[in-house]
Design a protein around this ligand. Structure first.
Ligand SMILES: Nc1ncnc2c1ncn2[C@@H]1O[C@H](COP(=O)(O)OP(=O)(O)OP(=O)(O)O)[C@@H](O)[C@H]1O
Ligand SMILES: [Mg+2]
Length: 419
């Protein structure tokens, strides 16, 4: 029987395997505690693809519900409305998914059903005939839906008589709807309406790609002001090691035998990933899968990472296919990208690219032009002749791919007969 592989690149991390994010958790926890005391606070968690936004969202969901204590003893008891948005959703669709999730949350809590008669009376009648995601985005003319949402929240919190501490609204993939869906305005108006009704126990958390901030701003000039904004960064070196170790501990529990890993192999996964959680999971997953003696070695990591269907190709297909594999065949272009990746997603001058890549001037210029056209690199609008890669993780991926060549070269030197 195949052994249980604890590393799951494709799915959100379960709270038991979750590592790091202390600062972000602290800020969100503080927001929830303040909200509980009638001083609502809201936050936005933004970050690159695969950096761990949804995993953190799930963790906060559990925390707010009280599935585990926030200070080793005490638990929160929020009703959590956790939803995911989609492209093409408009203002009313967003309010609708919030209402249906709220309904689902209340429906299976007998005690709330009994105490919150008014709120439930509305929610039980509330039906969404399958939210349609392709409606044209309509300008917001009336706020009837939003008023209904406000009413339900006010009723729920008043009627619960303190049995719930508040409502936490967690919105993942918040960057997906167009600016015209007006999420920023929705959040701002909702908080203002609740304040006017003296119902101050609703906390809103948004999660999305960096583009989210721009969209919120487009939607309502001052909507950003209501949020505390946090950016998720790659995991620190000790946290990367902890991800691997926690995974192997879980594997040992489930498989009832241990899979060990050499220190060098652990360090190699941690380094190659540069702290990107989805890279860590993918590299660890492939090394674990390829290992056949229950001891993951450097060779297992190398094989798992670089073989044809290995980790790097998986990541490339999932995240960067459109950027790298499909669009650029040329070796020279690749060298230009490698030269740029040395600076991660920082600005690099044309001169530095020339020096680092050792590619001819004319070819570099052609490559820069073509890469820019295809939006694989950005041109600095403020400084002439400076370019950068779109994301750090793309740079990390390019660098990890090159690592293979370095390893092969080292192996070739070792294998060569000394004369
Ligand atoms: N704190 C963490 N500890 C360990 N693994 C993590 C952590 N955060 C995320 N991961 C892992 O990294 C991968 C990506 O995580 P997640 O899906 O949460 O990221 P995301 O930012 O929501 O991605 P996307 O932008 O694609 O929605 C998953 O495999 C997840 O298990
Ligand atoms: Mg996500």
């Amino acid at each position: 029987m195949a052994k249980f592989n604890p590393f799951r690149p494709g799915s959100v991390i379960s709270p038991g395997m979750f590592v790091g994010r202390f600062e972000e958790i602290q800020v969100a926890e503080h927001a929830l505690l303040q909200t509980r005391n009638g001083n609502p606070q809201h936050f936005v968690i933004e970050g690159e693809r695969g950096i761990g936004k949804s995993s953190l969202c799930l963790w906060l969901d559990y925390l707010a519900k009280g599935d585990f204590p926030y200070d080793k003893i005490n638990r929160l008891s929020f009703v959590v409305v956790s939803v995911e948005l989609h492209e093409g959703m408009n203002y009313d669709d967003i309010v609708d998914v919030l209402l249906s999730e709220l309904k689902r949350q209340i429906a299976n809590r007998q005690q709330l059903l009994e105490s919150c008669k008014k709120a439930w009376e509305f929610l039980s009648r509330f039906q969404v005939g399958g939210v349609k995601y392709d409606r044209p985005a309509q300008p917001v003319t009336d706020h009837r839906r939003l008023d209904e949402l406000t009413d339900v929240l006010v009723n729920l919190i008043e009627e619960s008589g303190g049995s719930i501490e508040g409502v936490a609204v967690l919105i993942d993939e918040a960057d997906r709807p167009a600016s015209a869906a007006n999420l920023g305005q929705l959040c701002k108006l909702l908080t203002e309406r609740l304040a006017r009704r003296r119902c101050e126990r609703v906390c809103i958390g948004l999660f999305g790609l960096p583009g989210l901030l721009g969209k919120l701003k487009d939607s309502h000039e001052s909507s950003l002001r209501i949020f505390n904004i946090l950016t998720l960064e790659p995991l620190e070196p000790p946290e990367r090691i902890a991800v691997i170790e926690k995974g192997l501990e879980e594997a040992a529990r489930k498989n009832q035998f241990e899979t060990t890993i050499s220190e060098e192999a652990k360090a190699m996964i941690a380094n190659l990933s540069e702290g990107y959680p989805h890279f860590l999971q993918e590299f660890a997953h492939c090394a674990f899968a390829i290992d056949d003696d229950n001891n993951i070695s450097v060779d297992d990591v190398l094989d798992g990472t670089f073989k044809e269907h290995g980790a790097l190709n998986q990541l490339g297909k999932k995240y960067f296919a459109d950027l790298y594999i499909d669009q650029i065949g040329s070796e020279d272009y690749r060298r230009v990208l490698i030269a740029m990746a040395e600076s991660l997603d920082g600005w690099v001058s044309r001169q530095a690219i020339l020096e680092r890549s050792k590619v001819k001037e004319k070819i570099v210029d052609n490559a820069l032009h073509a890469l820019r056209e295809r939006k694989i690199i950005f041109l600095n609008p403020r400084v002439r002749g400076e370019y950068r890669l779109p994301t750090k993780s793309f740079a990390v991926w390019i660098r990890a791919r090159e690592e293979q060549k370095a390893v092969e070269a080292r192996a070739a030197i070792q294998a060569a007969p000394s004369s």
